[in-house]
Design a protein around this ligand. Structure first.
Ligand code: FAD
Length: 372
């Protein structure tokens, strides 16, 4: 597709965040252009699970993600040593969906909505007048940086200052195996976790996540004999065998400056263990389009902070369990004996109960941990 001379909104990056903003901004009547250096469907290391609140946010963009390939899961199971605890979502279901399928659905939806899509087009710079691509300036009223965790736009706009930042490393692999559970499973090990999402009737996605960038799934699997037993005889479907990525916990001091706004991982992120990355960016996209329509990016900044608060809190809690083995064991054993507490934690995770209810729940959990 040809580069336009000008556009209302120029979105840099056509991953899930860029496409979500483009769809939301088109619905507000803007002329929207998206440019991405890659060509769809774009793959990425991802656990490929979308929580019920993420699906709800996707629906608000008219994204129907429940395709024939997608697999529902009805809750979360934590496994630690011999103990496990599970809970169903208080309402709705989660969805396991290959990243490439998700991307293709979003590309099709954006094209239908009338978004101008420029694939294989890397943006090389921005100025207050617009965006540089293919050695030309495209004039733009608004510029959106949806260019991922390493965001060049964030740097160009001088928005790199972080209120907090830490990193872990994730590696994803697909296995052709009968799904053994209708829960998304999180297996806790030493300095790492495995999370397992059903993504087809006969396929699962496993992500290893930890602080050691050199540790791969094959190094970690011996810590998880139950998983190894289930995988015996399964074919590894990935080619290349593993896809890796950085899972950053990053909160920026600001997510906009002048006419430039950041969205998705470019605008900060929570650890992948929460499974909330896609939910966050769908919600941010809706808030950003609303702010663009109002001509007031300060509104977006406030909404962005509000949207991130709960997932950040949950990520902190999970990372505390990651770093404190004794605490984790006691917590999971206490939850296994009192699964109703775990159900309330899960409800908080997906925004179904208030932080006050959660606090009461946490006090109860603390009490049970002291008494086991
Ligand atoms: C290991 C791991 C597991 C995860 N698991 C889950 C999960 O189970 N559930 C969940 O909800 N979230 C999960 N996440 C988080 C989720 O994957 C991210 O939040 C999401 O991919 C962010 O999307 P994005 O569009 O912001 O960025 P990206 O998907 O990174 O897209 C950025 C795009 O920008 C393009 N780009 C970059 N620079 C330029 C440029 N100069 N010009 C043009 N284009 C450019 C890139 O080509 C890319 O397509 C996981 C993350 C990791 C690391």
């Amino acid at each position: 597709m040809l580069l336009p001379r000008s556009t209302d909104v120029f979105v840099i990056g056509g991953g899930p965040a860029g496409l979500a903003v483009a769809i939301a901004a088109r619905r507000r009547g803007f002329d929207v252009t998206v440019a991405d250096g890659s060509v769809p469907p774009i793959d990425k290391a991802c656990g490929e699970g979308i929580m019920p609140d993420g699906l709800e946010a996707a629906r608000s963009l008219d994204l129907q993600l429940e395709t024939v390939e997608a697999q529902r899961f009805r809750g979360i199971r934590f496994c630690e040593g011999g103990a496990s605890v599970e809970a169903a979502f208080p309402r709705g279901f989660g969805l396991g969906l290959r990243r490439t399928t998700l991307h293709q659905i979003m590309v099709d939806r954006a094209a239908e909505a009338g978004v101008r899509l420029l694939w294989g087009t890397r943006v090389t710079g921005i100025s207050k007048d617009g965006v540089n691509a293919r050695d030309r300036l495209v004039r733009a009223r608004w510029i959106v940086g949806a260019d991922g965790g390493q965001s060049p736009v964030r740097r160009w706009a001088g928005l790199d200052a972080c209120a907090r930042e830490s990193r872990r490393f994730g590696f994803r692999r697909h296995y052709a195996v009968e799904r053994w559970s209708d829960f998304m499973e999180l297996h806790w090990g030493e300095g790492c976790q495995l999370y397992i999402t059903p993504i087809g009737a006969h396929e699962i996605c496993i992500v290893l996540i930890g602080r050691n960038p050199r540790m791969r799934l094959d190094d970690a699997l011996p810590q998880f004999p139950d998983v190894v037993r289930r995988l015996a005889g399964a074919a590894n479907r990935s080619a290349p065998p593993e896809r890796g990525g950085v899972s950053a916990s990053r909160r920026l001091e600001a997510v906009y400056r002048g006419n430039v706004a950041l969205v998705g991982d470019a605008s900060g992120s929570v650890d992948a263990i929460t499974g909330e990355g896609l939910c966050l960016l769908f919600q941010q996209a809706v808030a950003l389009a609303e702010a663009l329509a109002a001509g007031d990016l300060a509104r977006y900044q406030a909404a962005h902070r509000r949207i991130g608060r709960r997932p950040e809190f949950m990520a902190d809690l999970m990372l505390l369990l990651d770093s404190r083995r004794g605490l984790r064991r006691r917590a999971i054993h206490a939850l296994a004996r009192h699964p109703a507490l775990f159900a309330r934690m899960l409800a908080m995770h997906i925004g179904e109960i208030s932080p006050t209810d959660f606090l009461t729940n946490s006090l109860a959990l603390g009490w049970h941990m002291l008494t086991i």
